[in-house]
Design a protein around this ligand. Structure first.
Ligand code: G3I
Length: 386
């Protein structure tokens, strides 16, 4: 048994190194050897139920227009998800029914559509995002200035958060405010909000959100926190510095959202380093939400079954590591089916093959990635009740 295990493990490492690094070993050769891993699962129990069994929430970010037009997507979301995040509807501006069509108007149709779907199907609802440097409407830079920015921020948060008060599990109050490469000692990104309101804009936004909504968890959300690289290390340090600062101010902040946009070809993953970061976050009394999980297969072999195995292993290794931290209360994938992923457009493969970053394929069949997530949930410990 031990020999077989070593062979399997060796095959796995060889396979992963070869495929991830696109080395000389022919993937055809590997295809003939035993599978890298079979990702066996114990049952067909949906992910939302496997998550709930350990006190975790699982769900996905889905566009309202996709949910409305694709019944297969809708039924897959209902089957697998315990929480829904509108991928577009609660940003200031997106292509379909933008929330802020003009400086003095709001269009809630997209967000209402998503909330109605969630309520009708017993899903929790998550708000994304109130303050971000992207997806600002064209009028924003023409109209908002240092004199009126605070009023625009207050009106937006009070109106939007107030409308959904009591119906939202958690709000991404501020998104992606840290960028160490911008060279500030506080690590803040040079964003329109920083220019307009100064570095207090983050504390201000959380206080405004808390005033409008006593119940929802108020979250700071960011990306690039996952790997054992200099950039990620710098970003983790800067995010921790920000969160410690906010806690010292008494800011009403309850959780960190770790987006977790991962890569199948990134091999610099150090679970212990990530777990230390999570412990530091939790020691501030904050919960943790894995808020936008997906795994790009952009640089991997074109062979689908090998690609799927590598992607599945990333899901299993990452979730096994982060779920060791009891403060992790939710795992949300950025999309559910490969048929609708932002990566098709934003990180397409050079060989033009369809990308396969998510747990469900484009024909709504569960993939090895689904198995991997299920296995990680099954093995994780029950979250403490809070
Ligand atoms: O499809 C239209 C096209 O017809 C039009 O010509 C073009 C001109 O603007 O827009 C196209 O729509 C774009 C859409 O993606 C297509 O999928 C929108 O502009 C673009 O804003 C939108 O990007 C979204 C992006 O956030 C910015 O809001 C993505 O859908 C969405 O997945 C992405 O999600 C972000 C999270 O909010 C924050 N974390 C990172 C994550 C991925 O970037």
């Amino acid at each position: 048994m031990a020999d077989r295990l070593i062979t399997r493990r060796r095959t796995l490492h060889l396979g992963l190194a070869a495929l991830a690094g696109m080395s000389a070993i022919s993937s055809h050769h590997l295809a003939k050897s035993e599978p890298l891993s079979d990702f066996t699962v114990s049952s067909n129990t949906p992910l939302k139920e496997r998550a709930a069994a350990i006190g975790l929430i699982y769900g996905a970010a889905i566009r309202h227009d996709h949910l409305a037009k694709d019944a297969q997507l809708a039924s897959s979301v209902i089957q697998e998800c315990g929480i829904l995040v509108p991928e577009w509807g609660l940003k200031w501006s997106t292509p379909d029914k933008p929330l802020r069509p003009s400086p003095d108007s709001f269009d809630f149709r997209a967000a209402d559509q998503s909330l109605e779907f969630a309520v009708a199907n017993g899903l929790l609802f998550r708000g994304h995002t109130l303050v971000w440097h992207e997806s600002l409407p064209d009028w924003f830079s023409k109209i908002v200035n240092r004199q009126n920015a605070r009023e625009f921020l207050a009106q937006h948060i009070q109106t939007v958060v107030g409308r959904y008060a009591g119906k939202v599990h958690s709000w991404d109050v501020v998104n992606e405010a840290i960028e160490p490469a911008d060279g500030r000692s506080d690590g803040l990104r040079s964003s329109p909000w920083l220019e307009l309101l100064g570095s207090d804009y983050i504390d201000l936004a959380f206080r405004m959100a808390h005033q409008a909504e006593e119940k929802a968890l108020l979250v700071y959300n960011d990306y690039g926190l996952d790997y054992d690289t200099d950039e990620a290390e710098a970003k983790r340090a800067a995010v921790l510095q920000l969160l410690r600062h906010l806690k010292s101010l008494g800011t009403p902040i309850h959780a960190l959202g770790i987006q977790a946009h991962l890569s199948g070809s990134e091999t610099r993953f150090n679970p212990q380093k990530l777990q230390e970061f999570l412990r530091n976050i939790a020691s501030l009394g904050l919960k943790i939400i894995i808020s936008e999980l997906d795994v790009t297969d952009k640089n991997l072999t074109i062979q689908v079954h090998l690609r799927d195995q590598i992607i599945a292993k990333v899901y299993e290794d990452y979730l096994s590591a982060v779920l060791m931290e009891p403060a992790v209360i939710a795992v949300i994938t950025w999309g559910l089916s490969d048929r609708y992923t932002w990566l098709s457009e934003f990180q397409p493969r050079s060989d033009s093959a369809s990308v396969r970053p998510l747990p469900i394929d484009s024909l709504f069949q569960r993939k090895l990635a689904w198995n991997a997530i299920a296995r990680a949930f099954d093995r994780a410990s029950i979250r403490p009740l809070t």
